[in-house]
Design a protein around this ligand. Structure first.
Ligand SMILES: N[C@@H]1[C@@H](O)[C@H](O)[C@@H](COP(=O)(O)O)O[C@@H]1O
Length: 245
């Protein structure tokens, strides 16, 4: 894993957006895996700024998101469909037909998971997967204990994850209990991974990621099995970790 140390959230967003833009300029038909949460918001803002200033085109980009809450419609303000639409997609020229997220209202959820995984496969797989990390080490919504063999599947969200994400809802009871997420195996199938980490609340997770053995009780440790992972982390996120300069 390559670690890029930066000073601040703003610097992380700057480096991350430049990383993504470089990949797009080398391959304008990139298959991009997007993450949600607070961490990549600044990166997406800078992608929009670049789109406006430099006309980087997303016409041929295909996107796959990591996850979606079960029970929220695509129009629900807290669905990841809406997050992506509001925070990024409506501001760039990516065609709607190229955008993919799991459907949290699918009547046959098992089939939806299977189809989503197949969709990624038939598109040739994800070239670059952007990731955040939960305080408990979750990636996507793969909670501690998830097998590294998992493909897209249904998860019961950990209490701590629902509590952490409650800040986006009016109260914790509104936070869905389940989600569809790409599995750890699905994530590891991506050709390249970019993990973004910022803030003191992630310092323990980063320390564990850098020092602990590969163990399903800490899902992000699976990333150590992948040959092309870049971590862009700010000072606060690295404050518990010993990273060589
Ligand atoms: N499913 C998402 C993850 O993809 C994200 O990485 C994580 C961290 O979120 P944040 O970036 O807001 O800390 O939260 C959510 O649970």
């Amino acid at each position: 894993m390559k670690i890029i140390q930066v000073n601040s959230y703003q610097d992380m967003s700057q480096r991350a957006s430049q990383f993504i833009i470089n990949k797009i300029s080398n391959n304008n038909a990139l298959k991009l895996g997007f993450a949600t949460g607070g961490t990549p918001k600044g990166t997406y803002e800078l992608l929009i700024e670049d789109y406006k200033q430099n006309q980087t085109s997303y016409q041929n980009i295909t996107s796959f998101n990591l996850d979606e809450y079960i029970g929220l419609s695509k129009d629900h303000p807290n669905s990841y469909h809406q997050y992506m639409e509001q925070i990024l997609f409506q501001h760039i020229d990516i065609p709607k037909a190229n955008i993919h997220l799991p459907d949290g209202l699918a009547t046959d959820i098992a089939l939806e998971c299977k189809n989503y995984e197949e969709l990624i496969e038939v598109n040739g797989g994800i070239d670059l997967q952007i990731l955040g990390i939960g305080e408990n080490g979750h990636i996507g919504f793969n909670e501690p204990g998830t097998s590294f063999d998992t493909l897209t599947h249904v998860v019961k969200l950990a209490k701590s994850t629902r509590e952490a994400n409650a800040r986006y809802f009016s109260n914790i009871n509104e936070v869905p209990t389940h989600a569809i997420t790409m599995g750890i195996q699905s994530i590891l199938k991506s050709k390249e991974i970019l993990l973004l980490v910022s803030g003191e609340n992630k310092a323990e997770a980063v320390k564990r990621l850098l020092t602990d053995d590969v163990d399903s009780n800490f899902p992000a440790s699976a990333l150590k099995k992948h040959p092309r992972v870049t971590i862009i982390a700010d000072k606060l996120a690295l404050s518990n970790a010993m990273v060589p300069c």
